[in-house]
Design a protein. Structure first.
Length: 166
């Protein structure tokens, strides 16, 4: 644990640990979302992304190894907050709204992951850690695809929901 960051390497080490926590927490969060989801299509998208997310954990661990650093996690409060808010909203929602709540949370999560990886890739390149930048880019590409799938499903679910009201 760093008390202060004095070099770009220390800051990058911390951010890599935070990304590790982020991905580990998302694997767990997806477990409960798969249970809560109603639509088969949504369940499938969540399952697929859970298995990709396990790969993201592996890529970050590999990044630590390739830098010669111990695998060490650091806090990631943003995902905890998204998880907490999502769970609270699911509890308050009628069953017919649960998939919409899940998909909004999924898009928020993917946007956060994308921002994290975009920042980290800039710093990995600047520090000359090209192999690490490559590993992070693999994660980033899957987050972008997951965001696109969640966006498409959210549109379908929202449109079907408003048709029922008409
Ligand atoms: Fe991820
Ligand atoms: Fe993701």
């Amino acid at each position: 644990m760093f008390e202060r960051f004095n070099t770009p390497e220390e800051l990058f080490n911390w951010k890599l640990g935070s990304a590790l926590t982020m991905e580990r927490d998302i694997v767990e969060m997806l477990d409960s979302l798969i249970e809560e989801a109603h639509g088969d299509g949504l369940k499938q998208v969540l399952r697929t992304h859970q298995s990709e997310t396990r790969g993201h954990v592996g890529n970050i661990e590999e990044a630590f190894h390739s830098l010669g650093w111990d695998v060490d996690d650091s806090p990631c409060p943003v995902i905890e907050a998204i998880d907490k808010e999502g769970k609270a909203n699911i509890r308050k929602s009628d069953e017919s709204l649960v998939d919409s709540v899940i998909l909004s949370g999924a898009m928020e999560t993917e946007h956060h992951e994308i921002a994290v990886y975009e920042g980290m890739i800039i710093h990995a390149r600047a520090l000359g850690h090209d192999a690490v930048a490559q590993l992070l880019r693999r994660n980033l590409e899957e987050e972008e695809q997951a965001l696109q799938k969640a966006r498409t499903l959210a549109e379908q679910v929202a449109t079907a929901g408003s048709r029922q009201l008409a």
